[in-house]
Design a protein around this ligand. Structure first.
Ligand code: HEM
Ligand SMILES: *[C@@H]1O[C@H](CO)[C@@H](O)[C@H](O)[C@H]1NC(C)=O
Ligand SMILES: *[C@@H]1O[C@H](CO)[C@@H](O)[C@H](O)[C@H]1NC(C)=O
Ligand SMILES: *[C@@H]1O[C@H](CO)[C@@H](O)[C@H](O)[C@H]1NC(C)=O
Ligand SMILES: *[C@@H]1O[C@H](CO)[C@@H](O)[C@H](O)[C@H]1NC(C)=O
Ligand SMILES: *[C@@H]1O[C@H](CO)[C@@H](O)[C@H](O)[C@H]1NC(C)=O
Ligand SMILES: *[C@@H]1O[C@H](CO)[C@@H](O)[C@H](O)[C@H]1NC(C)=O
Ligand SMILES: *[C@@H]1O[C@H](CO)[C@@H](O)[C@H](O)[C@H]1NC(C)=O
Ligand SMILES: CC(=O)N[C@H]1CO[C@H](CO)[C@@H](O)[C@@H]1O
Length: 337
């Protein structure tokens, strides 16, 4: 009995050990499943070309979508990694997904992603993730509109979960001060240099007045203006754009005069205290971010593009779902049933 028992426990021990090795091996494989260039080269060889072709065909007719799509990629990556969670619709049974969180109210381009997904599904059903589609479409649309390019390694899987409050907690609001930004970017493995470079995307696109009208009308609750916003620019915005503190519909170009051009003007604006958001202004409040702005402005556009590319790739790789985790969604707005 004792012998059998000892034998038995020895046997169990070996099985446990073997199981442990297998589980450890699986965990390592999971952790090591990484993004790679052209992940779909054998599973969907034409996939990335179809996406680029679709963008090249349609974005020139709606170039302002390029800004919307790079912003969507940013919002996707900052919540649960770039896993397409930003695309999930809230369910009638009460799930409030990231889409309905305040920062997402002004996101655009969901239908564009759906159309790209349909084109890809027609070629290879169930193979290319929505998360990769956002990442590729963001890059391809910025390229088509004359902006920088960057590497988009693929192999992201789509997440199963999307929670509105996580968007609120992770996506920096326009009222962010420097330390908010440092923390929220730091949470994503992004440093102060990345913060400056990625904020440079505000060289394209638009904002609603509601995202910054506190700076114009009631900065500290006594009907005042933000002293860190150039007063001439503020007066101009009040006279011509955001004529009332309750204007939720008017849109304003973030880089006036060159909102369609991916250039260095955003950084010049920031130094002139003409960045639209407090978060833009906050980049001048720290010696590292300020020095980076000046360094970029002293350098060439090509240099900005090259550095921007590295930060975009870094953002796109952060905390992604890979391997056998998550799924490949059939429709980007809903988890597979
Ligand atoms: C640093 C923290 C950031 C804050 C606080 C911030 C905030 C905002 C806000 C409030 C808007 C305007 C939304 C509206 O009212 O319509 C906006 C627009 C935009 N953001 Fe950011 N953003 C940040 C970083 C980024 C990053 C990292 C990217 C991309 C790499 C980005 C790309 C854009 C683009 C392209 C637009 C224009 C969107 C359009 O035209 O529809 N932003 N951002
Ligand atoms: C990474 O993603 C997982 C789930 O996809 C999430 O639970 C976790 O909070 C994320 N980590 C960070 C730092 O965002
Ligand atoms: C919806 O909520 C349920 C319960 O909280 C959760 O299990 C599920 O993952 C949620 N769905 C999404 C898409 O987040
Ligand atoms: C930044 O804002 C947060 C609230 O969002 C506040 O708690 C903190 O004190 C602020 N930091 C500085 C340096 O003003
Ligand atoms: C400014 O904000 C304060 C406090 O939130 C509020 O009491 C006041 O009515 C606002 N003033 C204007 C002009 O909106
Ligand atoms: C603007 O939005 C705020 C809240 O988001 C709302 O309280 C206000 O009534 C809206 N103003 C208009 C003019 O629709
Ligand atoms: C930057 O610092 C100044 C004081 O040096 C402060 O008044 C201002 O509010 C800060 N701006 C931002 C956007 O944090
Ligand atoms: C998701 O919601 C949008 C409206 O917000 C709707 O147009 C679309 O059909 C929905 N998609 C699915 C698959 O339910
Ligand atoms: C694009 C999108 O889903 N926008 C939604 C944001 O949230 C509001 C309500 O909270 C919805 O009405 C929008 O459809």
């Amino acid at each position: 009995m004792r012998i059998i028992s000892a034998h038995h426990s020895h046997f169990t021990g070996i099985v446990t050990l073997l199981l442990g090795v297998v589980v450890l091996g699986l965990m390592t494989a999971e952790a090591e499943a990484q993004l790679q260039m052209n992940f779909y080269s054998s599973s969907c060889p034409k996939g990335e070309d179809i996406i680029r072709g679709f963008v090249e065909k349609h974005i020139p007719n709606a170039p302002s979508l390029a800004a919307a799509l790079i912003r969507m990629h940013f919002h996707d990556c900052f919540v649960r990694g770039c896993d397409g969670s930003v695309l999930l619709n809230s369910s009638s049974s009460g799930n409030q997904t990231e889409k309905v969180a305040t920062p997402n109210l002004t996101l655009r381009g969901f239908d564009f992603i759906d159309r790209v997904k349909a084109a890809v599904e027609a070629e290879c059903p169930g193979v290319v993730s929505c998360a990769d589609i956002i990442a590729l479409v963001a890059r391809d649309s910025v390229v088509v509109t004359g902006g920088p390019t960057w590497k988009v390694p693929t192999g992201r899987r789509d997440g199963l979960v999307s929670i509105a409050s996580e968007a609120l907690n992770n996506i920096p609001p326009p009222t962010s001060n420097f330390s908010n930004l440092q923390t929220l970017f730091g949470n994503q493995g992004l440093d102060l240099k990345d913060l400056v470079l990625l904020s440079g995307a505000h060289t394209i696109g638009v904002s609603h007045c509601s995202s910054f009208s506190n700076r114009l009308y009631n900065f500290t609750g006594v009907g005042d203006q933000d002293p860190n916003l150039d007063s001439e620019y503020a007066a101009n915005l009040k006279a011509n754009k955001c004529k009332s503190p309750n204007d939720n519909t008017t849109i304003v170009e973030m880089d006036p005069g060159s909102r369609k051009t991916f250039d260095l003007n955003y950084y010049s604006n920031v130094l002139k205290r003409r960045g639209l958001f407090q978060s833009d202004a906050a980049l001048t409040n720290n010696s590292v971010t300020l020095a980076n702005i000046k360094r970029l402005l002293a350098g060439s556009l090509e240099n900005f593009y090259a550095e921007f590319a590295l930060s975009m790739e870094k953002m796109g790789r952060n905390n992604v779902t890979t391997g056998s985790a998550g799924e490949i969604r059939k429709h980007c707005a809903v988890v597979n049933s």
